[in-house]
Design a protein around this ligand. Structure first.
Ligand code: SF4
Ligand code: F3S
Ligand code: FES
Length: 249
């Protein structure tokens, strides 16, 4: 039997809530989601938590662990000190439904608003042919598991509910970049559209989105900066210049 460890878990709903203290057994090799499951099996059977694959691939178990947006199923208990209290809270940028479950419908709304793939007229489904080099160019962006950790982290919306209307967020900037790189996409104004209508102009390249992405997608370097750069071929943007100098690796 493993040692007991200290946890604080946020319990509540849309009307409010607070952190509750728990002492939970932790065994070797376990992740934070295992501890949540043990709590549900023992002293907190009504603790709400969204999860599905427990393999870092479904993007459901997004939560904040010691203030950092993380996947519960990919955060090893061995990454904390033995005497460290582990605090688990719901994603901060989205409304709480109950306990660790938030309403992420903001993201589905933004997905619906993102202009879809626009193949050229006269090319029927099944007739699309792509060179491997074109497939590989945007492969990185298709690794996205829609955990929305990047959306939750970006300071443009994290504490600014008022910006949500005009800002699609990093997950949808990579979608726009992916389509922009698609050789069969006939829509030519994706960059301008992203800058003006998806709110990419709000992004000041802080890179927080890239830091939390569990798929290690270089959201800022490989999607946002190239999209901005090409827009400002026509319009000078000092942030792009700065981003190129400071962040490019
Ligand atoms: Fe999650 Fe990364 Fe996709 Fe953002 S880009 S939703 S952090 S997998
Ligand atoms: Fe936000 Fe990422 Fe830009 S965190 S400000 S979208 S670089
Ligand atoms: Fe699927 Fe964590 S349960 S990503």
């Amino acid at each position: 039997m493993g040692a007991k460890r200290q946890f604080k878990v946020w319990r509540g709903d849309e009307t409010g809530g607070d952190l509750q203290d728990y002492q939970v057994e932790v065994n070797e090799g376990e992740v934070v989601l295992d501890v949540i499951h043990r709590l549900q099996a023992t002293e907190a059977p009504d603790l709400a938590c969204r999860w599905n694959c427990k393999a870092g691939k479904c993007g459901s178990c997004s939560m904040e662990i010691n203030g950092m947006p993380r996947l519960g199923c990919m955060t090893r208990m061995s990454s904390f000190e033995e005497n460290e209290t582990v605090t688990v809270t719901p994603l901060r940028a989205f409304p709480v439904i109950r306990d660790l479950v938030t309403d992420v419908s903001f993201n589905y709304e933004k997905a619906r608003q993102t202009p879809s793939f626009a193949p050229p007229a006269g090319v029927a489904p099944g007739e699309y042919r792509m060179q491997q080099v074109d497939v590989e160019r945007s492969q990185e962006f298709r690794k996205c598991i829609e955990c929305f950790l990047c959306q939750n982290t970006c300071h443009v919306v994290r504490d600014h509910e008022e910006n949500k209307k005009a800002f699609a967020g990093p997950r949808f900037f990579i979608r726009a970049a992916e389509l922009d790189m698609h050789p069969l996409d006939a829509r030519e104004d994706r960059k301008e559209y992203a800058q003006a209508s998806m709110g990419m102009g709000y992004c000041n390249i802080t890179k927080c989105c890239t830091e939390v992405c569990p798929e290690h997608i270089k959201i800022t370097d490989n999607a946002i900066i190239p999209m901005k750069e090409r827009v400002v071929d026509r319009r000078y943007d000092p942030l792009v210049w700065l981003g190129r100098k400071i962040f490019r690796r």
